[in-house]
Design a protein around this ligand. Sequence first.
Ligand code: KE4
Length: 427
Amino acid sequence: MSYEKSQQIFQAAQSLMPGGVNSPARAFGSVGGTPLIMQRGEGAYLYDVDGNRLIDYIQSWGPMILGHKHPAVMAAVENALANGFSFGAPTEGENELAALIIEAVASVEKVRLVNSGTEATMSAIRLARGFTGRDVIVKFAGNYHGHVDSLLVAAGSSAATLAVPNSPGVTAGTSQDTLILTYNDCQGVREAFAQHGDRIAGVIFEPVVGNMGCVIPDAEFLQTLRDCTIECGALLIFDEVMTGFRVAYGGAQSLWGITPDLTTLGKIVGGGLPIGAYGGRADIMDHVLPAGQVFQAGTLSGNPIACAAGSSTLRELRDNSPYERLEQLGDQLAAGLQQAATSANQTCCVQRVGSMMTLFFNPGPIRCWEDAAESDTEKFGKYFWGLIHQGVYMPCSQYEALFVSAAHTPEDIQTTIDAAQSVLASF
Ligand code: KE4
């Protein structure tokens, strides 16, 4: 396989965009080498500028659950394009997408459309603070919620819960109202609420983590979060930007049977076009301007083309549910990857919910960031590139989840397993 054109284009990008990319996740920072420049997608496949075909398990980091260029989504976007691109005025398509989200996610009574998952989480935590009149937000190490200043924090040196900035440009003042806890640590949650409960506006977390690799919450952890937030009058925010419509049509909350106060969404709700959303109890959402006083706005929020892509994607997921097939394909892939690692005497564990999963170079189980951080990222890099050379495109970091789409076939999965078998056997 040649990657010559990718290398030329990426080289040229270096003088145009920081690191040659518009999002660091694409820069192959943790696996090394030059990112592949993609030309087009078709179903389960991506084609790079050198004409290499790859079975795609990144799927634009989650949105492409139906696969690339799904006919129903293509038709909806083409129809919307015929009316123009953007008006800065309400359109009926926004009602349609909002109604689909409200119908699908039981806890969402009202929703606001924005342009990215980051905007959704940033707005949700502002709303939690505005609604409760409190300042403190709780998050968990290894959970990512977009590049929101107050959530770009790392565990502080003291008390393990005080957060400090983990990016230049984030001020101490911004991070001082963020508490950072350990995922799946019920005792830590109870202690933090005992100590700070009356100052906590909300807790935001990933109800299945994708951003430290796939990590699954314990039932007790979920219940502890719900109980503590109710007891202290804080809001529980499910960040379902990745899990929304991915792990189930109703999101992770429909699997876990926990009702959050607010939910953030993105990725799939836009069908691959820029959309985010936050929603929840109407009595909370009615605090958002112009219904209430919490400010949030956006020039392209509810963009007609993005809404058409999102609504057609959700309708397809609702009316021709792929979730049973995604569960079967996910199970086939997870079992095959685990078997490939075991037969190659590689110490790995696979953690999965539905069609999102991670092969960790780590004995596991992985329950929190401290566990995940023990993974062998160097081996992961070798595995990643070995698969690229065999036409399989996995997420370019140990700390991401791979995604199976409704366009993948059992044959694609078997091809992937065979490729993993030969790569791991070569270690
Ligand atoms: P965006 O602003 O990237 O649309 O969404 C931020 C976000 C919020 N919440 C969760 C749970 C997320 O996973 C994300 C974004 N996910 C990453 C990949 N894990 C996006 C990839 C990238 O940054 O390029």
